[in-house]
Ligand binder design. Sequence first.
Ligand SMILES: CCC(=O)SCCNC(=O)CCNC(=O)[C@H](O)C(C)(C)COP(=O)(O)OP(=O)(O)OC[C@H]1O[C@@H](n2cnc3c(N)ncnc32)[C@H](O)[C@@H]1OP(=O)(O)O
Ligand SMILES: [Mg+2]
Length: 233
Amino acid sequence: MERRRVKESARRRLREFDVGDRFSRLPLPKASVLLPLTVRAGKLHLLLTVRAMQLRRSPGEVCFPGGKREAIDKDEIDTALREAKEEVGLQPEKVEVVCRLVDALLMNHVVTPVVGFIEDTFQATPNPDEVSDVFVVPLEYFVKPSNYKTLPYKTSSGYSGWMHCFIYDDHERKMSFKIWGLTAHFAVFLALVIFGKHPTFKVEYDLDNLISSAETNFMNLYASIYERKKSNL
Ligand SMILES: CCC(=O)SCCNC(=O)CCNC(=O)[C@H](O)C(C)(C)COP(=O)(O)OP(=O)(O)OC[C@H]1O[C@@H](n2cnc3c(N)ncnc32)[C@H](O)[C@@H]1OP(=O)(O)O
Ligand SMILES: [Mg+2]
C-alpha cells in the first residue's frame, strides 16, 4: 500500500515535468539514459551503474544505463530501454516508462533522461563489456547528501561552470561511489522534481520555476556551444 502511494505521488509529479518530444528535433547526435526508480523499504531509490574499466569513454565512472541512439531506435525511450537491456539485463516490458525530462549536452550529443519504474525484485545481470557494478541510492540523497562538493569544469568549446559531486557510502556493501557530472545533474533534477523541496546545497535552477529554468539553462548551453560552432564554419 505504502509502495503504491509513493509511486503514485512520484508519477503525478513526473508527468508535470514530461518534455515529451519537445527537444527531439535538435540537429545533434542523440543518446539516452534510463533513470530507473524502485521502491525499497517505502522509499524511492535510483539504480546506477559503474562503467567497465576497458571502455574508451568515461571508464570506471558512475552513470545510468544508457548509450547512443542507433538506427533501429524509434525514439529516445527506445534507446534508453534497449541500452538498459544490453547493459544490465532489464527487460523493456518490466519498465513502466513515466516521462522524459529536460535533456543535457555531453560529447556533442543531446542526452535525454527517460524516467521509469522498475520492480523492487529486479536483479541486474551486468554485461561485463560495459558495466562493472550496479548499485542503488535512496533518491533523497540527491537533495540531502552527507558528503557533497562542487567541481569546476571547462568544455573544449570554452564554456566553464561547476558540477555536483556526491560520495555515497553503501554501508551494507562497505563500498563508496563517486557520483558526479552528467549523472549527478540528472539525479539532482529528478529528486527536485519528485520531492519539490529545497536541497541542502546550491542548484542551478530557480526552484519556484523549475521547469522553465531547466529548459532555459539547457537552451542557453545549447546556444553557447552550437551557435559558436556555426559561427566557426
Ligand atoms: C561534464 C562531464 C561529465 O559529466 S563526466 C562525469 C561523470 N560521468 C558521467 O556522468 C557519465 C556520463 N556519460 C554517460 O552517461 C554516457 O557516456 C552517455 C552520454 C549516455 C553515452 O553512453 P555510452 O554508454 O558512452 O554509450 P554506449 O552505451 O552507446 O556505448 C559505450 C561504448 O561501449 C561500446 N559497446 C557497445 N556495446 C558493446 C559491447 N557489446 N561490447 C563491447 N563494447 C560495446 C560502444 O562501442 C561504445 O564505445 P565508444 O565510446 O564509442 O568507444
Ligand atoms: Mg552505455
